[in-house]
Write a protein of this length. Structure first.
Lengths: 179, 179
DNA sequence: GGGTACATGTAATCAGTTACATGATTTA
DNA sequence: TAAATCATGTAACTGATTACATGTACCC
């Protein structure tokens, strides 16, 4: 039971275990791919490594199947529930950085050829449109299903941000900087 | 001269060296803190480690002062310029994920107390407002200075995204999900 | 001339990614 | 029953962060 600080990934997994009940890494993987994965993706190997780290810290319990695939199934413990509660009760006072390659390239636009920047902006605008469509599809699929209000809210955020970025890149296409 | 793939940080440093001419890590640090740092921050130790990695790959040259602080000063080479050009000419077809702790907490909102989510939303809205103000101040400082059109454009993106996030969190404050 | 802030770097650690590898189940 | 694919993991690597450590210049 170490006291090592938990990472965002830790809380993500802890939240999944808390919300999904006794669960295997693969079940989490399935769920992630159609939900959180939209705004916080990671390789499935994390879903095998992190639960064991959480178990070592006493935040989850593991039970392994005796036969067949010998799956490991994780459940949250009281300390885990408490840690999750504490994390959720601590509001985030920082805003996240954009940190995108596209923005980085735009920043160095003066070193690029004008047509490269134009292509960048067009490609990004198109990517934003596709992402926006994908979000809308998911949003319609979820619909008004009870119990999904919060995931749905994050989707709304994704759409708002994507819309803003789309407008920005369209603006760059229409009026390239330094011209 | 290795062929290891360059990371985003590599290109960031390469772009700085290309744009600033023969430059020391500290000078890059100074510049970053008032520009790229807004949307892509990192510890200064990277500005000491990465140039040496780039030098090993032949993308930059290093010259060390003989006396005093024995600073290392880096300049871009022809292969480096070519690598940077190639990178800039390759449009980015993916959009970046949100990947923020605040969004993660909102996603798991059903496991939190209602007042925690309210506090989260209020705190985030306030943080967005402050960030927006900071961006506006920088924007006014840069003003219409020639040669800063591209960095300024990235600032515009930051403001658009921040504005969208602000509206979103204000919406959560006004109408909490699942109520 | 001593303290303080600025400037410059190194070392150790580690989370996250990449790549690999194998077992179980389905389907044709 | 062969092959494909689904499911489940492990091992190695490494970029990024954290923490440490020291040197230099300036100011009172």
């Amino acid at each position: 039971m170490s006291t090592a600080a938990l990472t965002p990934t830790s809380y993500l997994v802890l939240g999944l275990v808390a919300g999904m009940g006794p669960v295997t890494p693969y079940e989490m993987k399935q769920f992630v791919s159609t939900s959180i994965g939209c705004f916080w993706s990671f390789p499935h190997s994390q879903l095998y490594a992190e639960p064991d780290r959480l178990a070592a810290a006493g935040y989850v319990e593991v039970e392994q199947e005796e036969a067949g695939r010998r799956r490991k199934r994780y459940s949250i413990t009281d300390p885990g529930r408490e840690a999750l509660r504490g994390w959720l009760a601590d509001p985030v006072s920082q805003v996240e950085e954009i940190r995108s390659m596209a923005t980085l390239k735009l920043f160095f636009g003066a070193l690029a050829r004008a047509e490269d920047i134009a292509a960048l902006a067009k490609t990004q605008a198109e990517a934003c449109r596709e992402q926006l469509d994908a979000f809308r599809t998911i949003d319609e699929t979820i619909g008004g299903q009870p119990g999904f209000e919060f995931p749905r809210a994050t989707l709304q955020l994704g759409m708002k941000v994507e819309q803003a970025e789309l407008e920005f890149w369209e603006g760059i296409v229409a009026h390239p900087p330094g011209s």
